[in-house]
Design a protein around this ligand. Structure first.
Ligand code: NAP
Length: 255
């Protein structure tokens, strides 16, 4: 029996990177996991396969976030597939992880880029929660993936950093709004993690990797599993008395 046996979880952006590690970890803990993705169906199916191989249950659910009826599409697919995969209607854990990080300073940021990053990183989780609360069972968990960029100023991702500031305020305020139902809401704020999001400047670049590692008190670049383990804790009963918080998951960056 894992700590999440009998629970159902939805992980947005569960097909790659940090979301993949979260989906696999929640699956190992016994949750039925909905692995959401936007475009890369094969990647999502690979995660579903990995969870099943490890003895868990999972299914993939597609919706391109930031587009017109993204949230309705995702919940409709979730509602249908959760029953097909032996779950009961509703869920216990919602992890808002999907995100994009356009590298763009103030002077280079177009209104289109600004709107897109806010649509995917802020509007989508907001309305996913709004329409998901009737599905989320009492005692449920919402975990929003934020960023260390809310604490450590990075001018080259200014609009992105602002979206994560909004997410932290969402976690704080929502925690108060839903607390009477025993639902907790927290943000987890990773530092630099070696995922596709950072591939363009980090992957295969020894010098960049070295300076990224030096930011952390622990002297290395973060791994998706470093974040997934924290999310798994927040999703568990052990974290029932933690809500409205931002958990720093930067490996002590820039202390
Ligand atoms: P990633 O490797 O680029 O993966 C992004 C995931 O989000 C993919 O599963 C992708 O699915 C999904 N996604 C992106 N845009 C989408 C859209 N419009 N609609 C639907 N799905 C979408 O990213 P990551 O590094 O794992 O980051 C995950 C989260 O952690 C993000 O919120 C990010 O801001 C945060 N974070 C990351 C770092 C880091 O250093 N990597 C640091 C701090 C915070 P498809 O490919 O199928 O579209």
């Amino acid at each position: 029996m894992g700590s999440l046996t009998g629970k159902t979880a939805l992980v947005t952006g569960g097909s790659r990177g940090i979301g993949r590690a979260i989906a696999e970890r929640l699956g190992r803990e016994g949750a039925l996991v909905a692995v959401h993705y936007g475009r890369k169906a094969a990647a999502a199916e690979e995660v579903v396969g990995a969870i099943r191989e490890a003895g868990g249950t999972a299914f993939a659910a597609r919706a391109e976030l930031g587009t017109g009826d993204d949230v309705e599409t995702l919940w409709a697919e979730f509602d249908r597939k959760v029953l097909e995969h032996g779950g009961s209607a509703g869920l216990d854990i919602l992890v808002n992880n999907a995100g994009i990080a356009p590298r763009s300073q103030l002077e280079d940021t177009t209104p289109e880029t600004f709107d897109e990053v806010f649509a995917v990183n802020v509007r989508a989780p907001f309305f996913l929660v709004q329409q998901g609360l009737k599905r989320l069972r009492d005692g449920g968990r919402i975990v929003n993936v934020s960023s260390g960029a809310t604490r450590i100023a990075q001018p080259d991702i200014i609009a992105y950093s602002m979206t994560k500031g909004a997410i932290d305020t969402f976690s704080l305020t929502l925690a108060k709004a839903v607390g009477s139902r025993g639902i907790t809401v927290n943000s987890v704020a990773p530092g630099i993690i070696g995922t596709d999001m950072n591939a363009s400047w980090l992957r295969g670049n020894k010098a960049a990797e070295q300076s990224a590692a030096e930011l952390s008190a622990l002297g290395r670049v973060g791994r998706p599993g470093d974040v997934a383990d924290i999310v798994s804790f927040l999703a568990s009963d052990d974290a029932r008395w933690v809500t409205g918080q931002v958990i720093d998951a930067t490996g002590g960056s820039q202390l």
